[in-house]
Design a binder for this molecule. Sequence first.
Ligand code: GLU
Length: 472
Amino acid sequence: MSEKQASFYASVERNFEKAASHTGLPKGLLEQIKVCNSIYQMNFPVKIGNSYQVIEAYRVQHSHHRLPTKGGIRFSHLVNQDEVMALASLMTYKCALVDVPFGGAKGGVKVSPRAYNEEQLEKITRRYTVELVRKNFIGPGVDVPAPDYGTGSREMAWILDTYQQLNNGELDSAACVTGKPVNQNGIRGRTEATGRGVFYGLKEMLSNEKDCKEMGLKPGIGGKTMVIQGLGNVGSYTGSISIEEGGAKVIAVSEIEGTIVDENGIDINKLIKYRKSKGTIIGFPGTKKTAKREDWVGLKCDILVPAALESQITKANAKKVKAKIIAEAANGPVTADAEEILLKKGVIIVPDMYLNAGGVTVSYFEWLKNLSHVRYGRIEKRFDERAYSNLVNLVEKMTGKKVGQKERDYLTRGADEVDLVRSGLEETMITAYQQIRDIYKRKKKVNDLRTAAFVNAINKVASDYTTLGIFP
Ligand code: GLU
């Protein structure tokens, strides 16, 4: 296990300890909350071409205070036990923060998806699922995986199909995994959910004029400059939604191949298309390449958005940060060592466990949809439309004026699934931020948002344990 990866779990533990001291909870209870309950490491053979390869994989269930446990599955050649433990722990606190009633878990398969074709990836995913079924590490009420780095709806569809083959006739089997394709029991709005949640979180944080003044910022996300590291699912949607709905300006993007800058703003959707056709972001019209890929860390901007992997801002480069806000779209992008330096510099860090909770929040909505066996909006949409229409008719009658067709369509529209998902997500991100802010403002010794978020999450998990009678 390399030192960098070993430090990720240690970093999460360090942040936990820092917050735990502000909770006043008994030591034993804190210890139970902190530890990973179940760690399953597996090795299985998969036939690739003419030979067999032994694949190393994990599923870690961090906390069972609520069931099922929940968390994504990562496909990466860097996967190791320490990393999966850290990510599973973060899932527990994340779910608690946004009142998603799950325990935390995470899976990892040590493969580089680029090294395999689709058929081989399907074999690996299905075999991994069989291993999970065998050990009772998957099921609608047990443990529910989802996409993470290196996986998406395609892999979730394979997981669902494998689970259903082995659990024929199980009524709620579609809820065994989330992040599925919409036509295979998925939910509209899940793909963009993490990025959209990042946007709602930042928007909420920047909506309070007094708070912004204290941070030395103008209120509102509009006009704020952003630098994004990672053009995967989370980075892409964070960027495009912040531009389209918030009026932010993405002035730089960093990817494996390098970092590009354009002070006038980069069109993320065009950049994604460009990268698809050219295989690189370098050379995108209007942009300049920085000398080194790592230069994204030190670019001057309002909001720095690490949206790739953990441990990207470290003791070694934290001093270079010129941003006012670091928005942790990824899990664990700032190490505990780096955080100390950044807080001294006055940088505001919006913590991962809050800011990227949009994914699991919409996963929760998908799980509920699967259990209820009905699409959101199906029951009330037409009823609402008729009621709004009656209201508009009445206003027209009473005023003697006609409402234009465009306005009428807007006023009388009943909510679709995606409208309800977005509304539920926005509500979740606003409520969770206000809770964290409240602790941050109220507790004099809590001086950063991560500690405030941790305190809130730990208290919620603790209260579940105490109400369960485990720690009277
Ligand atoms: N992998 C995502 C995360 O880190 C989503 C997890 C889920 O939807 O269960 O939060």
